[in-house]
Write a protein that binds this ligand. Structure first.
Ligand code: UD1
Length: 427
């Protein structure tokens, strides 16, 4: 448990340039995919965050050797001899279940602890299982452990996902690369991180086409046709969006580097609708604002819709806008815990099922607040930067899961921010 707190003094403007790290949600799956390479795979642009450490531990428990040199990870999976990921790791990070697909693809079997519920909703894995069953995988749950076997081998299949689940698409993709024959995943998730994963699998010798669209097709190859590779992780669009919100809140200009603006099309549209000026280059986006923030309605949807992982940050913008905004959360059923913390800082938010009605106020007040999840934590720190007075943000373990040196990057943009031991502010 992280024993530090972020202290931020308000009424500051963020200006300047910041670079984003590689995408957490990509790097985690690329690391899992390295299992299929049966040798030493090198991944560049891997963020220095705690979720990556947990995934390294997951792979090490399976028998892999993971070494890090700055943002480069080498994952040698030649000695992997276990198919088991225990609850102790899955409970720390739900994304541990992304080893399910590659373990099945490599060994034809896997044992992964069932993930429990999670703070942002029930987060079931039924679609992962339906997709894998269509490939010939049989499942059994024994004392909380999901056991996967392939009694008759794996054969390609045509699967139509009920919802474009990111995790289900990825697990199915990673298992199907070694299934015999042709697999089609319809209504597949289209997130840029899935395209990144498919690019890496193809560099390993797999035959995947259509990733990034809702129809992904895979021609199975023999396991020994797959080999390790060297791959660079795409930039983190959610980290980029978070800093853009920081610029939009305070006026900027803030220029975010290391990101393809196409990944952020919907967020950029909403920033413009809220009165911001946004310019884009090949791998950067700049935001500034000279007019008051305008209210806007937002609904989260699978990519290319508005990302649920930017919902809290945009709720903060809406909280300081000139009128009423309605924010609708369609991806996770319980992702408004952030609203309660923001209300403690003076925001006016009414929750009605999966809608948040946000009435803009003229200013927020600094207060002690708690990160309830990763993105909420990041948004609360931004709230502290514009609030009146001092804000202390607790439970940084959530922020550290996904943001590399968040406080340091915000300080470089002009925030008055520091991390201090929790006992320096509590008690
Ligand atoms: C991934 C991202 C997360 C992001 C989310 C949606 C990682 C590590 N995490 O999570 O940051 O917010 O995509 O963009 O990449 N569902 C089911 N059954 C299933 C699978 C999903 O009901 O078998 C539901 C979930 O409960 C949720 C919705 O579908 O309500 C979306 O989940 P999914 O797209 O699978 O998200 P994750 O892969 O968990």
């Amino acid at each position: 448990m992280n024993q530090e707190v972020i202290i931020v003094r308000g009424n500051h403007t963020l200006t300047g340039d910041v670079s984003v790290a590689g995408a957490k949600n990509s790097a985690l799956k690329l690391m899992a995919a390295a299992l299929l390479g049966q040798g030493a795979t090198t991944l560049h642009n891997v963020p220095l965050i705690s979720d990556i450490e947990i995934m390294s531990e997951v792979l090490e428990r399976l028998g892999a050797a993971v070494t890090r040199d700055g943002h480069t990870l080498t994952i040698d999976t030649s000695a992997v001899d276990s198919c088991e990921t225990p609850y102790e790791l899955v409970s720390k990070m739900r994304a541990s279940i992304s080893v399910l697909g590659p373990l099945i693809g490599r060994f034809g079997e896997a044992r992964v602890a069932m993930p429990g519920g999670c703070q942002i909703g029930a987060r079931k894995i039924d679609m992962h299982l339906v997709g894998l069953e269509a490939l010939g995988v049989a499942f059994d749950v024994d004392h909380g452990v999901l056991q996967a076997t392939t009694p008759h081998g794996m054969r390609g299949a045509h699967v139509y996902l009920e919802f474009p689940s990111v995790g289900a698409t990825e697990n199915m993709l990673m298992a199907s690369v070694t299934a015999e024959g042709h697999t089609a995943i319809e209504n597949a998730a289209c997130e840029p991180e899935i395209e990144d994963l498919a690019n890496m699998l193809n560099a390993m010798g797999a035959k995947v086409s259509g990733a990034g669209t809702s129809l992904i097709e895979i021609e199975g190859v023999a396991l020994d046709a797959l080999h390790p590779c060297e791959h660079t992780c795409v930039g983190d669009r959610i980290e980029a969006g978070t800093f853009l919100v920081g610029g939009a809140l305070t006026g900027g200009p803030v220029t975010v580097h290391g990101i393809d603006p196409a990944f952020l099309r919907m967020a950029i549209m909403k920033l413009r609708a809220m009165g911001c000026e946004v310019e884009c280059g090949p791998d950067w986006v700049r935001v500034s604002r000279s007019e008051p923030l305008r209210s806007v309605d937002i609904q989260t949807l699978p990519h290319p819709g508005f990302p649920t992982d930017l919902q809290a940050q945009f709720m903060l913008l809406a909280a300081l806008a000139d009128d009423v905004s309605v924010i609708t959360e369609n991806v996770f059923e319980n992702r408004f815990m952030f609203a309660a913390e923001l209300m403690r800082m003076g925001a006016d938010v009414t929750l009605d099922d999966h809608h948040a009605i946000v009435r803009g106020v003229s200013e927020l007040e600094g207060a002690p607040v708690s990160s309830t999840d990763l993105r909420a934590g990041a948004a609360l720190v931004l709230a502290g930067i514009v609030a009146d007075g001092e804000t202390s943000v607790h439970h940084l373990e959530h922020i550290d899961r996904g943001y590399e040196d968040y406080a340091g990057k915000l300080a470089s943009l002009g925030a008055d921010i520091r991390r201090v031991p929790a006992d320096a502010v509590v008690g």
